[in-house]
Design a protein around this ligand. Structure first.
Ligand SMILES: *Cc1c(COP(=O)(O)O)cnc(C)c1O
Length: 220
């Protein structure tokens, strides 16, 4: 077994049944993705539209592509034909754009609202209040080619496990309370939280999707 396959296997073994692993392949060459694919893995995460699209074009078509990075509206059209889910929606404007491009492709694209949970200035995302404003906007029901499938967040980059746990715990609480907004195009089922350094805590706190790069592929 290759080290990639071994790492994936080891991580998956620790996860509860309802937590799925996304292999974050950003910056890795296509050959590494092919090797991961050949080991039987199909769920890849990328943070740049252009890089993801180049890889999509070169690789087998049964891969699930997860967009996890900050998105500019003008890039949405390139991934709309094939992206499985967008984790990083941080404005109503972006949701509108994804809806428009999804419609052109006759698709419904699942989206997660990215919530700012870390006490750091550098991370993207919505405040709880902004997320609730999007979820309660009357215009949301017009966006029939997107579905809000849940929330995403990144914890503080710190060794303080208690702090990380508390940030994940707060996001899980928000996720649960957002279920009251479930409607024709809102269905809160996915909670995307946890990376190489903190996925075990995230899984304990109720994550359904963990996004792991360096613990599988080595440092970037
Ligand atoms: C890079 C990245 C990850 C994976 O980070 P690792 O620490 O390598 O596991 C997860 N989520 C997002 C949004 C990322 O950009």
């Amino acid at each position: 077994m290759s080290s990639i396959a071994r790492n994936i296997h080891q991580i998956e073994q620790q996860l509860p049944e309802n937590t799925k692993l996304i292999a974050v392949t950003k910056t890795k060459p296509t050959a590494v993705l092919q090797e991961t694919y050949d080991a039987g893995f199909r769920r890849f995460g990328e943070n740049k539209v252009q890089e993801m699209t180049e890889k999509y074009n070169l690789l087998p078509k049964d891969i699930e592509w997860h967009m996890i990075g900050h998105l500019q509206s003008n890039k949405v059209k390139y991934m709309a034909p094939y992206v499985s889910i967008v984790h990083s929606v941080d404005s109503f404007k972006l949701l509108n754009e994804i809806n428009k491009e999804a419609k052109k492709n006759d698709r419904v694209i699942p989206c997660l609202l990215q919530i700012f949970i870390a006490q750091e200035e550098t991370k993207f995302g919505l405040s709880e209040q902004e997320a609730i404003e999007i979820l309660s906007a009357p215009e949301l029901s017009d966006l029939t080619n997107i579905k809000i499938a849940g929330l995403m967040g990144m914890a503080s980059n710190t060794d303080d496990r208690t702090k990380i746990r508390s940030e994940f715990h707060n996001l899980k609480n928000l996720f649960e309370s957002c279920k009251k907004f479930n409607s024709s195009n809102v269905e809160m089922t996915e909670l995307s939280m946890g990376m190489s350094g903190d996925y075990a805590i995230a899984a304990e706190e109720g994550s359904t999707l963990i996004r792991v790069g360096s613990a599988i592929f080595g440092s970037r």
